[in-house]
Design a protein around this ligand. Structure first.
Ligand code: ATP
Ligand code: MN
Ligand code: MN
Length: 307
């Protein structure tokens, strides 16, 4: 109900001067969530979201007619959004300037222009050719049950651990989970992607009845595809704390590995429920260590080759 949704209203200090037009327009019929509820969600999580957006090219998913209408995946400026800044065109030669957001104002003015999702590159603008993270995007094929995906995440975690890499977990806000490995930016995207592919193939080879290393829905009926293709140069993944333009409006939520067993789906937390989540109460941030990790891949590449 509308009343429930107003629970997302943020403290006054997190409000901006951005005027929100059509605040009461319902953007998700399944929950009754309105445009203003999404704005309030983003104002509430801005302090957590901004570090994930800052200094990275961002792509925006706009839903001008609500999430059941057409969605527009936008890499370049197409509408006036104060605080959504054009990056140096040299970052991506031959293309329009990429976008970046590093302020609450930018987030809210995007939401005012009906942006629902924020997707970011794996590299920062100062070192655009050296990714500072790997993303393993765990995608369930048709017929895959949730416990199977939880098991896949556990296996991924274990393999990375054995390779000497710390990894962090987030829900996708959609069907799956994302496992993220922060890196010191040293190798180029081709090398990082090659490593991520080899890691996924290693798992698929060890347990072929559970995993496929090949993309495409036909290849993954009943199986899990650990998508390493997110690691190619210029590829994007939904940012932590991004809402999703899907019925129910899940959010991509950082969680602790210990919480994996308690998750019910990739949309475990939503725009409506996110505030119940521990980190918003000022509790422990399950990703606190993520920002401090300075991992290099060289040793892990060697270990994987001899595994
Ligand atoms: P799920 O858990 O349901 O798989 P997800 O976010 O992992 O959710 P998708 O929404 O299927 O997966 O998106 C896959 C990736 O492709 C996203 O990371 C996104 O950044 C990228 N992407 C989505 N739409 C486009 C597009 N139109 N053009 C380029 N890249 C896109
Ligand atoms: Mn996915
Ligand atoms: Mn995918």
């Amino acid at each position: 109900t509308r009343e429930e949704n107003t629970a997302m209203t943020p403290p006054a200090s997190r409000k901006t001067a951005t005027v929100i037009t059509h605040p009461d327009r319902v953007i998700d019929e399944s929950t009754g969530l309105r445009k203003i509820d999404l704005v309030h969600y983003y104002e509430s999580v801005a302090d957590w979201l901004l570090p994930h957006l800052k200094a990275r090219p961002v792509s925006l998913v706009r839903a001008p007619q609500g999430i059941a209408g057409p969605l527009f995946f936008q890499k370049h400026s197409e509408a006036k959004m104060p605080g959504v800044v054009d990056l140096d065109a040299a970052l991506w030669p031959g293309h329009e300037p990429l976008l970046e957001i590093h302020t609450l104002k930018g987030i809210v003015s995007a939401a005012q222009m009906n942006v629902v999702e924020f997707h970011t590159w794996n590299a920062k603008i100062g070192k655009i050719d050296q990714p500072d993270r790997i993303v393993f995007d765990l995608d369930p094929g048709d017929g895959v049950r949730w416990p199977q995906l939880q098991e896949a995440a556990r296996l991924m975690h274990t393999l990375l651990d054995e390779l000497g890499l710390q990894s962090w977990l987030k829900t996708s806000g959609g069907k799956g989970l994302h496992v993220v490995v922060p890196l010191a930016p040293k190798l180029d995207a081709d090398a990082v992607k090659a490593f991520s592919k080899a890691a996924v193939e290693h798992i698929a080879k060890a347990i072929p009845q559970r995993f496929v290393a090949k993309s495409g829905p036909a290849n993954r009926v009943g199986k899990i595809f650990i998508d390493y293709l997110r690691n190619g140069h210029g590829q994007t993944t939904a940012a932590a704390f991004s809402a999703r333009a899907r019925p129910g409006m899940g959010v991509s939520m950082p969680v602790a590995w210990e919480q994996l067993d308690t998750l019910k789906s990739g949309a475990h937390w939503t725009v409506k429920t996110a505030r119940e989540y521990l980190s918003f109460a000022g509790g422990d941030d399950p990703w606190a260590g993520y920002w401090k990790a300075r991992q290099t891949l060289a040793a892990a590449v060697k270990r994987l080759q001899s595994a």
